[in-house]
Design a protein around this ligand. Structure first.
Ligand code: DOR
Ligand code: ZN
Length: 425
């Protein structure tokens, strides 16, 4: 296997040092390392982070390979600094059996750009009526530990309770898309001043908050682990804060777009801004940012949701919700949090790896640790050109925006997947 010497690099914001990678692991960290056989990567001005881990990625395969494949999404992830992603179950067919999760897992291994950890559906066909084969998915080669009907809420409280009880046996997690469906019928955007002005049906904050409140009580009652997907409101933050204070086993994520963009984007009627849950208000954004810093929200997850042109470039009401995220997440985090490298490593790598139980990921470079890491140029600025993205889809809300930070290299178990900002396969 090959060796790489990353010279003069700042490890998670510390003073520059050298990092030697050999045989897939970090062999040494220290100034003035000498390794004549190693390929030198000049780390001057760069920050090394543990490889990013995304707990919420839509890869669209099987079923919508025109929008994304496991391979194209893996490439987008590597270019975004990720070494592992969790693939959501709302594919076609739905990932609700051992066969489908094994297929996604195998495709991830074949692509070899990031570790792809499938998430299994909670209910058969995401229909919210019968529990899927959670145990068979857990016992499969894909070793599924997180289950989610994301895109849909597990709205039936009895089913949610059963799911929490079922996964408790193997310390699994139910990841909830918190949306009380009766409160969001026909919803097109956040319910508030802008929706009233535009005459679009609103998606009220309470539809999210009511489900989170219910689910933390159920998780507390059962003693199981709950993860809340894409938290988007200030009220949800307060519900989570109280639950955590009581010791409920709940974790939560926020997306880059909910940290940056407000519902006023809907004034353009450009469906690229249509997403579920919807973009909220500036006050929500302020609460989400504070919660992320404080740790009430544990992680940033992308909710990378590629959509084909015909599903996005149409009338707002008919457009699918969702936006790309993998190739821009680190830049948005840098924009929102500033160069708080330890916080970024915590929220985008260490904690998501720990929640998902992904061994070998989320570990700072240190001797003996698997060399899963990414190199960021914090001084670079880049203008997002949708046509240049590796994703098969083009629905980025950041088109032609200039964002801070650039991923220079990503290493997966000691082999570069990205070098000089370019994917190697
Ligand atoms: O905006 C969204 N898009 N939210 C979801 O929950 C699902 C996702 C998708 O699959 O496109
Ligand atoms: Zn969702």
């Amino acid at each position: 296997m090959s060796s790489y010497l990353i010279s003069n690099v700042s490890v998670v914001g510390a003073a520059p040092t050298d990092v030697l990678i050999r045989d897939g692991v970090v062999a040494a960290v220290g100034a003035g390392l000498d390794a004549p056989e190693a390929t030198v990567v000049d780390g001057t001005g760069l920050v090394a982070l543990p490889g990013l881990v995304d707990l919420h990625t839509h890869l669209r395969e099987p079923g919508r390979e025109d929008a994304e494949t496991v391979e194209s999404g893996s490439r987008a992830a590597a270019l975004g600094g990720y070494t592992a992603v969790c693939a959501m179950a709302n594919t076609s067919p739905v990932a609700d059996t051992a066969g489908v999760v094994e297929q996604v897992w195998r495709l991830g291994r074949e692509a070899g750009l990031v570790d792809v950890q499938p998430i299994g559906a909670v209910t058969v066909g995401l229909a919210g009526e019968h529990l899927a084969e959670l145990g068979a998915m857990a016992d499969s080669a894909a070793r599924v530990r997180i289950f989610s009907d994301d895109g849909h809420c597990v709205a039936d409280p009895r089913l949610m309770r059963r799911a929490l009880e079922y996964v408790k046996a193997f310390d699994g997690i139910i990841a909830q898309h918190a949306e009380e469906p009766r409160l969001t019928e026909g919803a097109q955007m956040h319910e508030g001043e802008v929706s009233t002005r535009l005459g679009l049906t609103g998606w009220p904050a309470v539809a999210e908050e009511a489900i989170i409140a219910r689910d933390v009580l159920l998780a507390e009652h059962v003693g199981s682990r709950l993860h809340v997907c894409h938290v988007s409101t200030a009220g949800s933050v307060e519900v989570l804060r109280q639950a955590k204070a009581r010791g409920v086993r709940v974790t939560a994520e926020v997306t880059p777009h909910h940290l940056l963009l407000t519902d006023s984007r809907a004034e353009t009627y450009d469906p690229v801004y249509k997403v579920n849950p919807p973009l909220r208000t500036a006050a929500d954004i302020a609460a989400l940012r504070a919660a992320l810093v404080e740790g009430v929200i544990d992680i940033v997850a992308t909710d990378h949701a590629p959509h084909a042109v015909e599903d996005k470039e149409c009338e707002w009401a008919y457009a699918r919700p969702g936006m790309l995220g993998l190739e821009t997440a680190l830049s948005i985090a840098l924009d929102v949090l500033g160069p708080q490298w330890d916080l970024i490593a915590e929220r985008m790598s260490r904690t998501p790896a720990r929640i998902a139980g992904l061994e070998g990921h989320g570990l700072d470079p240190a001797p003996g640790v698997p060399a899963n890491l990414t190199l960021v140029d914090p001084a670079a600025r880049r203008t997002i050109e949708p046509a240049e993205l590796a994703s098969r889809s083009r629905n980025t809300p950041y088109a032609r925006m200039t964002l801070p930070g650039r991923i220079v290299a990503t290493f997966l178990r000691g082999e570069p997947t990205v070098l000089d900002g370019k994917a190697l396969k």
